[in-house]
Ligand binder design. Structure first.
Ligand code: FES
Length: 151
C-alpha cells in the first residue's frame, strides 16, 4: 500500500480520489481530472496536486507541468467578477481587441481566452461562468457588478 501524503486533509483526499476513480485513475485523463477538480473547488490546490499525483501514480511535477501548460487552470482562487474575453479569430473580427482596450481603459479586469464556443455572437465574454454574447463594456461592467454583489 502506498503511504498517504501527510499534508492532505481527509476531505480533499476523498474528493480527489473520487474524481480520479471516475476516470479509472488513468494518467491519460489528467486534463479531464484537473478540469473536474477545478470545477469542484474553483481552483487546484497544492493538496489536490499531491492527491492527483498519488492517485494516478505519476509525479507531482507531471501534474504541475500539465496544469501550468494550460491557461485555464488556476492554482489560486479567482476574485468574483473575473471577465474572460475571447480574443480568437471570430471574435477578433468583430472587435474583441478594441473591447479589450476599452475594458482596460474602464478598469474592467479581464483575461484572454481563445474561443468560448459562442463565435456567432462575438465578441464573446464570460463572467463567473455566465456567457455574454455581443459583449460591450457596458454589458461587462454590469455583469461584473452583479457577480460581485452575489459573490
Ligand atoms: S472565437 Fe470567440 S467565442 Fe469562438
Amino acid at each position: 500500500m502506498t503511504a498517504k501524503p501527510a499534508e492532505i486533509s481527509v476531505d480533499v483526499e476523498a474528493n480527489i480520489a473520487a474524481i480520479c476513480a471516475r476516470y479509472g485513475n488513468r494518467s491519460d485523463a489528467l486534463i479531464e481530472i484537473l478540469h473536474d477538480v477545478q470545477e469542484t473547488g474553483g481552483h487546484i490546490t497544492r493538496d489536490a496536486i499531491v492527491g492527483i499525483a498519488a492517485a494516478l501514480n505519476i509525479s507531482r511535477a507531471d501534474v504541475f507541468g500539465t496544469l501550468s501548460f494550460y491557461d485555464d487552470f488556476r492554482t489560486e482562487p479567482v476574485a468574483a467578477g473575473m471577465v474572460k474575453l475571447c480574443r480568437a479569430e471570430a471574435c477578433q473580427s468583430v472587435g474583441a481587441d478594441a473591447l479589450a482596450a476599452r475594458c482596460d481603459a474602464n478598469g474592467i479586469a479581464h483575461e484572454t481566452v481563445y474561443c468560448l464556443g459562442n463565435c456567432a455572437l462575438g465578441p464573446a465574454a464570460m463572467v463567473d461562468g455566465r456567457l455574454i454574447g455581443r459583449a460591450n463594456e457596458e454589458k461587462l461592467a454590469s455583469a461584473v457588478r452583479h457577480a460581485k454583489a452575489e459573490g
